[in-house]
Design a protein around this ligand. Structure first.
Ligand SMILES: Cc1cc2nc3c(=O)[nH]c(=O)nc-3n(C[C@H](O)[C@H](O)[C@H](O)COP(=O)(O)OP(=O)(O)OC[C@H]3O[C@@H](n4cnc5c(N)ncnc54)[C@H](O)[C@@H]3O)c2cc1C
Length: 72
């Protein structure tokens, strides 16, 4: 449907079909999992679906780590 996308001489057309993580590692309000000391975050942990949401989740998790281990 998109002009210039599907060409007769194309060898392979790749579509982006992957979705984000189908699982989510549980964590509490301080970003810590039931496995104490483990702070799952980002896409692989099931808390993000793209670059910006992964970055924001990492930022929030980092702030929790600072609050816990290096408060100022
Ligand atoms: C082809 C493709 C296109 C995409 N396009 C877009 C887009 O246009 N816009 C958008 O918003 N999102 C896009 N995404 C999604 C986006 O890239 C991810 O959601 C985002 O990068 C997730 O960030 P993350 O930090 O959670 O994980 P990642 O960026 O995957 O970072 C995980 C890191 O952990 C490291 N690691 C893994 N295992 C270990 C280990 N055992 N020890 C040490 N390090 C380890 C890896 O090397 C990696 O550096 C795309 C993804 C793909 C695959």
């Amino acid at each position: 449907m998109i002009a210039g996308f599907d060409r007769p001489d194309a060898v392979l057309a790749g579509i982006e079909s992957r979705t984000s993580s189908p699982l989510r590692i549980p964590r509490d309000e301080h970003m810590e999992s039931p496995v104490r000391g483990l702070f799952p975050c980002g896409e692989g942990a099931g808390y993000a679906g793209g670059i910006t949401s992964a970055a924001m989740d990492g930022l929030k998790t980092g702030e929790e780590l600072i609050r816990r281990f290096a408060p100022f």
